[in-house]
Design a protein around this ligand. Sequence first.
Ligand code: CDT
Length: 308
Amino acid sequence: MRVLNVAAAQMGPIQKAETRQKVVARMLALMDEAKARGADLIVYPELALTTFFPRWHMKDQAEVDAWFERDMPNAATQPLFERSARHGMAMSFGYAELTPEGHHFNTAILTDKRARIIGKYRKVHLPGHTEFDPGRSFQHLEKRYFEPGDLGFPVWRALGGVIGMCICNDRRWPETYRVMGLQGVEMIVLGYNTPSMNSQKADEGAPKRLFHNRLSVQAGAYQNSTFVVAVAKAGSEDGHPMIGGSLIVDPDGEIVAEAKTEGDELLVHACDLDDTAFGKNTIFDFARHRRIEHYGLITSQTGAVAPE
Ligand code: CDT
């Protein structure tokens, strides 16, 4: 048995006017609860420190940059690193990263149990658009504010297993999981901010969105025989509702824990990483069963091309 006790720390809404200090206080409360429940690793959402700012159209770069972190840790997040080290608990959380070279990424980090950053991931599949779109009921400007991640989908040998990260929209793409699956990933952690409505399709509401969340995460877990821990920022941010539905899914694709609220809520599950072995050695033994001679289109072409 290789048990990793993981805590999915769903967070309720963060209003535009809320400070990082106030948010970090909520994250610390979740971390303390996770410690009391025996967690080895706590996972927070995408852009955990602020509201989901890509819904706001901004033209002034200084206003945009105010949502970004230039250092990690920094003054606002230092208490998270101190508490995590004190608890001997690893953590992962998402934030907007502004590099010294001026690059903007939607980023997540992974620490070890001494709160040292051991892994960084930058979101690859940025959803949305770059310019204000009057045809949408609300904006989703990730392509305006972020560059696509430049680190690929690495995994890390950590916490007694093989851990990977991705962020929100990445979870809808099978390529995300498979690239990590090919590196033997045993647990993928991810955060998300998913609006409860489709801004381009008024009849697609929260039930369908929650269905797609489960469908994507369960399929990724099963098809790569890995645990997946998917953690929402949920509830209404300045009148913009987002789904909750944080999930922990096992390597069979079964949901083993699921959030019931749209607020700060902790799910804890003991994941035996040895449970990933059966699928990896049988139906999803990639070395025996994959047929890469037929997969060329996946890396040579982006858009679909139907025959004439
Ligand atoms: N943050 C983020 O990536 N959100 C997207 C919204 C896309 S609309 C379905 C998501 O995949 O949830």
